[in-house]
Design a protein around this ligand. Structure first.
Ligand code: GDP
Ligand code: FE
Ligand code: FE
Length: 197
C-alpha cells in the first residue's frame, strides 16, 4: 500500500523507517493507534488512509532524548517557554517538524493532528479528534476509565474527547504534574458535550 499524495513510500518502507526511530514497544503502540484511527475514520466518514497515516506517525519523536529536544526547539525556533515542559509536551509539536524534514510530509491536517495529539486543542478537526481519541483507547491501553472512553468513542468523538481530557486532568492533578494550558483549553471547549444527551 502507498500513501499517494501524502508520502512517497509504501507502508512497508515506512515501518522499516520507523523501526530506526522508535522502540519496538512504541512502534507496536503506533500501529495500534493506526488501526484504531482507521476504525474511527470509517465510523465518522473520514478518509481512512489519511487517518491511519496520522495515527502511525503520531509518536514519531517520542524516543528522542531531552538534549535532542532542546536542540530542536532552538533549531525550529519554538521559543524558550517550551523548554520548561518535557517529552510529554514536546514530542507532538517537535514530531511535526521532524516528520516534515525526515519524511517530507507537508499535509497540514496530518501535521496538526500530530501536533495536538497529547493536549488536544479548543478547535479540533475531525482528524485531530480521531488521533487524540485513538491514542487513548487503542486496545493495549489500560487507564482507569478507558472502557468508558471506548464506549463513548463509538457514540460521539466529542464526548470521548471531553471524557479523555477530564480523565487526563484528574490524573495530572492527582500526581501533582503541571497541566499544559492547551489541555485546559481542550477541557473548557469540550466538557459541555458530557452534560447533554
Ligand atoms: P503517549 O505518547 O502515547 O504515551 O500518549 P500522549 O502523547 O497522549 O501523552 C503523553 C504523556 O503526556 C502522558 O503521560 C499524559 O498523561 C501526559 N500529558 C497529557 N496532558 C498533559 C499536560 O497537560 N501536562 C503534562 N505535563 N503532561 C500531560
Ligand atoms: Fe504521544
Ligand atoms: Fe501515543
Amino acid at each position: 500500500m502507498t500513501y499517494r499524495n501524502y508520502l512517497d513510500m509504501s507502508r512497508d518502507q515506512l515501518i522499516k523507517n520507523l523501526e530506526q526511530k522508535v522502540t519496538k514497544e512504541r512502534l507496536k503502540h503506533m500501529i495500534s493507534v493506526e488501526e484504531t484511527c482507521i476504525r474511527l475514520a470509517h465510523l465518522n466518514h473520514y478518509d481512512a488512509k489519511k487517518a491511519g497515516l496520522a495515527g502511525l506517525l503520531h509518536d514519531y519523536a517520542k524516543n528522542l532524548s531531552d538534549s535532542e529536544f532542546i536542540h530542536l526547539i532552538d533549531k525550529y525556533q519554538l521559543g524558550e517557554e517550551l523548554k520548561q515542559w518535557n517529552n510529554n509536551i514536546w514530542h507532538g509539536l517537535v514530531g511535526t517538524y521532524k516528520i516534515q524534514e525526515d519524511l517530507g510530509i507537508t499535509d497540514k491536517e496530518i501535521l496538526q493532528a500530530i501536533r495536538y495529539h497529547t493536549t488536544g486543542s479548543s478547535q479540533m478537526t475531525l482528524l485531530d479528534k480521531i488521533v487524540y481519541v485513538a491514542d487513548y483507547i487503542e486496545p493495549s491501553r489500560d487507564f482507569p476509565g478507558v472502557d468508558k472512553a471506548r464506549k463513548l468513542a463509538d457514540i460521539s468523538l466529542d464526548k470521548a474527547v471531553a471524557y479523555e481530557t477530564a480523565q487526563t486532568i484528574r490524573y495530572l492533578v492527582k500526581k501533582r504534574i503541571p497541566i499544559h494550558p492547551q489541555t485546559l483549553q481542550t477541557y473548557n471547549a469540550y466538557i459541555h458535550h458530557l452534560n447533554k444527551d
